[in-house]
Write a protein that binds this ligand. Structure first.
Ligand SMILES: Cc1ncc(COP(=O)(O)O)c(C=O)c1O
Length: 507
C-alpha cells in the first residue's frame, strides 16, 4: 500500500506576515533605476497598481511550503502514470538541465537576432527533424498545446479554402475524437459533422462517403485513433476527403505509436500538430507547459503565422521572418514555448532515428502485453475486439463490473491511487460505456506492468467483495475523493487568491 504525505498546508498567502523577507535583491544601478522610472511614467496612472499584494514570507517558509506541496504531488518521477491519450513517458533529467541554461532562460524574443543565433539554429534544426518525422514541409512553433495547434490548423483550412474562392462550412470528426477536435473546429467558425465508428472501431467508410460533400472543409483524425486502433483504411479516407476538395488534419496526440514507422504526411495528411510534450518527453499537465507545433504541406505554408524561423545561406545566419503577407494573425506571442522545444530537440537527438522507432515499438508491445493480461479479468471486456492488435494504448469497458457490483470505472481509477499508481483515463472515448483507457508508454518495465495487473485484479476482487470500500477511495492520498463536477464547473472554480478574497467564483 502506498501512503502519500498529508500536510495541513495553508496557502502561501495565509502564512504571509507583513515585513517578512525571503530574499534581498541587489540595489538597482542608478541608470537602470531612472530608466525604469521613466518607463513607469508611460503607464497611465489609473492602470498603475499601488501595491502588488505578494505574500511576505521568509526563505525557509517558502522552501518548506513548496517542499510539502511537492510531497503531496504525484508525477512520472514517482510512479506509473498510465493516463491514456496523454503519453506520460519518462522525462529525461538532461532535458531539464539543458532547458535551464542561461542561454535558454535569459533570452528575450525581441533581442537582437545576432545574439540569439544558437537558439534560432536549434529551432531551425528541430523544424527539419519534425518535418522528417512527420512528412510535413514546414512548421510553426507558436501553438502552446495540441488544442491550440488544432485551432490554428482549422484557421489554416479556412484561409486555404477562402484563397481558392470557396466557403466551406463543415469539418468532419469521428465519434471517437478527442473533445478538443470539435471544439477547435467550432471556435474557428465551422459546423461539425460527426462520422460514426464501424464495428471494428475505425471510421465507417460508408458513412464517411455519405457525409463528405463540397461543403466539407476537412476531416480531423488521430491515427492510431483514441481506441488505440490504427485506421487501416487511411488511404481510402484521405481519398474520399480529397476527392470532395477537403483537407486532412492529423491530430498528433498519438504519434508515439508510429513515429519512425509511418508518417502522417505519407498517409496523405495536409496539416498536423504534434503534442511534443507527449511524444517528445517534456513534462506536461501539472508538470509544466507544453507545445503544439503545427506542420503543413507546401501548399499551405504561406498561411503559417509569423514569425517562422529561416536560414540565410549567403550570410550563414538564422533569422525570424515576420514578412509573411498571407500569414494568419497572432494566436500567441512570439515563437512559442522555447524551453519546451529545447527539451524536445534534446530528446530527439538523444534517441536518434532508430531510438524513436524503438520507443514506438516498445510502447505498442507494452500496451498489448498489458491488454492481454487484463482482458481475462472478471467484469472487464474489450470493446471493438478486432483481430488487429492495439497500438500504444487501449480502452477497456468496465460496464459489466458496474452492473454487477455498482463499482464504476471512476471508482476503480480512484482506488488505483491507494496503490501508488496514477488513475487511468475514464469515460473517454465517449462511445464506450464505462471506458477505462490505459497508455503504459515505452518507459515502463515488465515488472511495472505486471504490478499493474496485480493491482487491477485486487481492486476487482474488492469490488465484488467490498464494493463500498472501492467506492469510497482513495484513502491514502493527501486529498481524498474530490467532487469532479464541482472541480470543473466554471461557476465554482476559484482561480486566484484575489478571487478567493473577493469571494467571487468563475464568471
Ligand atoms: C487525442 C487528443 N487530441 C488532442 C489533445 C489535446 O492536446 P493538448 O492537451 O496538448 O491541448 C489530446 C489531449 O490529451 C488528445 O488526447
Amino acid at each position: 500500500m502506498y501512503r502519500q504525505s498529508r500536510w495541513n498546508e495553508p496557502l502561501i498567502f495565509e502564512i504571509s506576515r507583513e515585513g517578512a523577507i525571503g530574499h534581498v535583491l541587489p540595489a538597482l544601478e542608478k541608470e537602470i533605476f531612472s530608466e525604469l522610472k521613466e518607463a513607469l511614467n508611460e503607464i497611465p496612472k489609473e492602470m498603475r497598481r499601488k501595491k502588488l499584494n505578494l505574500p511576505e514570507v521568509s526563505e525557509l517558509e517558502v522552501i518548506r511550503h513548496f517542499t510539502r506541496l511537492s510531497q503531496m504531488n504525484y508525477g512520472v518521477n514517482l510512479g506509473f502514470y498510465p493516463l491514456g491519450s496523454c503519453t506520460m513517458k519518462y522525462n529525461p533529467v538532461i532535458n531539464e538541465k539543458l532547458a535551464s541554461l542561461e542561454s535558454v532562460q535569459n533570452v528575450h524574443p525581441l533581442q537582437d537576432q545576432r545574439t540569439t543565433q544558437g537558439n534560432l539554429e536549434l529551432l531551425y534544426k528541430l523544424e527539419k527533424a519534425l518535418c522528417e518525422i512527420t512528412g510535413m514541409h514546414k512548421f510553426s512553433f507558436i501553438p502552446a498545446a495540441g488544442a491550440q495547434g488544432e485551432f490554428l490548423g482549422c484557421l489554416m483550412m479556412k484561409a486555404y479554402h477562402k484563397e481558392h474562392g470557396e466557403k466551406r462550412r463543415k469539418v468532419i470528426v469521428p465519434d471517437s475524437a478527442h473533445g478538443t477536435n470539435p471544439a477547435s473546429a467550432e471556435m474557428a467558425g465551422f459546423e461539425v459533422d460527426v462520422v460514426k465508428s464501424d464495428e471494428t472501431g475505425c471510421v465507417d467508410i460508408k458513412e464517411l462517403e455519405k457525409i463528405a460533400t463540397e461543403e466539407t472543409a476537412g476531416l480531423m483524425l488521430t491515427n492510431p485513433n483514441t481506441l488505440g486502433i490504427f485506421e487501416r483504411n487511411i488511404e481510402e479516407i484521405v481519398q474520399i476527403i480529397h476527392d470532395v476538395g477537403g483537407l486532412l488534419y492529423y491530430d498528433g496526440a498519438n504519434l508515439n505509436a508510429i513515429m519512425g514507422k509511418v508518417r502522417p504526411g505519407d498517409m496523405g495528411f495536409d496539416i498536423a500538430h504534434l503534442n511534443v510534450h507527449k511524444t517528445f518527453s517534456t513534462p506536461h499537465g501539472g508538470g509544466g507547459p507544453g507545445a503544439g507545433p503545427l506542420g503543413v504541406k507546401k501548399e499551405l505554408q504561406e498561411y503559417l503565422p509569423a514569425p517562422t524561423v529561416e536560414y540565410d545561406p549567403a550570410a550563414n545566419s538564422y533569422c525570424l521572418d515576420y514578412d509573411r503577407p498571407k500569414a494568419l494573425g497572432k494566436i500567441k506571442m512570439f515563437h512559442g514555448n522555447f524551453s519546451v522545444y529545447v527539451k524536445t530537440y534534446a530528446y530527439i537527438l538523444m534517441m536518434g532515428a532508430e531510438g524513436l522507432k524503438l520507443a514506438a515499438e516498445a510502447s505498442v508491445l507494452g500496451s498489448n502485453y498489458l491488454l492481454n493480461k487484463l482482458k481475462g479479468l472478471r467484469g472487464i471486456n474489450v470493446p471493438f475486439n478486432t483481430s488487429q492488435p492495439r497500438k500504444h494504448e487501449f480502452v477497456l469497458s468496465l460496464s459489466k463490473l458496474a452492473k454487477k457490483t455498482g463499482v464504476r470505472a471512476l471508482d476503480v481509477a480512484k482506488r488505483f491511487l491507494d496503490y501508488g499508481v496514477h488513475a487511468p483515463i475514464t469515460y473517454f472515448p465517449t462511445i464506450i460505456d464505462e471506458a477505462f483507457m490505459i497508455e503504459p508508454t515505452e518507459s515502463e518495465t515488465k515488472r511495472e506492468l505486471d504490478n499493474f495487473v496485480k493491482i487491477m485484479s485486487k481492486i476487482i476482487d474488492e469490488a465484488y467483495n467490498e464494493p463500498m470500500k472501492v467506492r469510497g477511495g482513495p484513502y491514502n492520498t493527501s486529498v481524498s475523493r474530490i467532487n469532479e463536477v464541482k472541480a470543473s464547473h466554471h461557476r465554482t472554480l476559484c482561480l486566484s487568491w484575489r478571487m478567493y478574497k473577493r469571494g467571487t467564483r468563475g464568471a
